[in-house]
Design a protein around this ligand. Structure first.
Ligand SMILES: [Zn+2]
Length: 172
């Protein structure tokens, strides 16, 4: 790695450490020529393959841009969109691939978007999954409803337990 001060094309690594849970490495270097120190970062870059076959670097901004339209008029602020883009990037990185289809980015967006706002999710999913009729919406809404029911079940069972314990305590 070339020294950014004197441009000599050689440097010595003093220290390397993992950052971002191993997603990147930071290296402390020193220049044997001028003796100055500098830091470099190394991370796997994720490449997005578009339907046309063209490739471009993964960009959180692009994710936000793709989701923003679906969130119009919804109570979703820029911070929430930025967090969603981060979750999408983390999901992609966690899958361990360095090349991903643009279509699969859409897939990685669906889950966090459903947690964020269900109306925005329905809008996004209708475009992404090319809903063609009302019944496509109906079945998606049905699956949203059933995941609500599951959630209510979980809340109900977790609430019941402490009540049971409490009841046991009062009887003794
Ligand atoms: Zn130097």
């Amino acid at each position: 790695m070339r020294c950014p001060y004197c441009r000599v094309g050689d440097s010595r690594v003093l220290d390397s450490r993992d950052i971002d849970d191993g997603a990147a490495i930071r290296r402390r270097r020193s220049c044997p020529e001028c003796g100055r120190r500098f830091t470099t970062m190394e991370a796997v870059s994720i490449v997005v393959v578009k339907r046309s076959g063209a490739v471009e670097p993964f960009s959180r901004d692009k994710v936000v841009g793709g989701v923003r339209k679906a969130c119009q008029g919804r109570p979703v602020d820029e911070d929430a969109l930025a967090l969603l883009a981060q979750q999408v990037e983390e999901a992609v990185r966690a899958s361990g691939v360095c090349e991903i289809d643009a279509h699969d980015i859409g897939l990685a967006i669906l889950d966090p978007l459903r947690q964020l706002d269900e109306v925005a999710y329905l809008r996004f999913a209708s475009v992404y999954r090319s809903f063609e009729s009302l019944s496509d919406f109906e079945s998606e809404i049905r699956s949203l409803r059933s995941s609500h029911d599951r959630l209510i079940d979980v809340v109900a069972t977790t609430e019941q337990e402490p009540v049971g314990v409490l009841a046991g305590r009062t009887t003794t």
